[in-house]
Design a protein around this ligand. Sequence first.
Ligand code: PMV
Length: 324
Amino acid sequence: MWEGRAPGKVILFGEHAVVYGRPAIAVPVRGVEARVTVRPGERGSGIWLECCDLPALAPGEGTCRYPVREAPAGDPLRVAVLLGLTYLGIAPSQEPDLVLTISSTIPIARGLGSGAAVATALLRALATYFNQPLSAEETSRLVYEVEKLFHGTPSGIDNTVIAYQQPVYFVPGEPVELLQVGVPFHLVIADTGIASVTRQVVGTVRQRWQAERARYEYLFDTIAALVRAAREAIVRGEWRALGPLMNENQTLLNEMGVSSPELDRLLKVARSAGALGAKLSGAGRGGFMIALVAEEDIAPVTEALERAGAAQVLSTCVMAASDD
Ligand code: PMV
């Protein structure tokens, strides 16, 4: 059996503004992951996909096991497989006989990067099976192609942070900067239980930007300044300084209209329970919120969020890859 894995992610600063060319910071969430295993299939079968643990990924109800060649052209798993085979130099006429089984503990449509993680795990599984190298840069590029089909205008931050599996300072169109984390720090992340459809929220922000361009450009520039300040604080190990910056970023996201009563409630609960700062993460409207906490406050903040009805509460330690 061969396999590929990929972590989840959260955006620490700069969502939405990053779609308009501003910088953003994202970090991997290693406590959840997507996993794809490969095993040989029956002779002449071609490639079959199995995603019965994740029925939401299946192209239709009751079809969680299906041959790639019969999947609709827009099926994200099919797109990822075909991109992977092309990258690995395997012609469509030489389709191998394989079964790819997809599983994931990353909640879907909550801003934790489940789509990019599944595509990354799938590409890694194929590369491992064919015993070919697949760099983080190539993985990110291929996954971006998949993301473009489903998100409309993705900034590219999800595929980047997940393929590199490290905290990243990301500016669209520029080489990725892997962030040196001066002192590791902790985040508690909690699910509102409400789906956040990135494409829709990004579309709404675009309409508002078109209607009130000067105001939104100002908001994006203000967010960009926060992101740069956060980068300095992370590198210098001044992680406590991130709390107020997160709160300020949240205020600006609120002004953009992408928060929600459920998010606002969980943010308040986290701050009252001792978080140093908190904000929504990802597209907003639903999905996850993140809170910066001192290590000793992980448990009380987690419990307060659970009591407040969060659908799931996770925590993660943000550190440089070399600290793993
Ligand atoms: O975390 P997600 O997948 O919900 O992405 C949201 C991030 C946005 O900045 C809103 C969109 C993007 O492409 O960067």
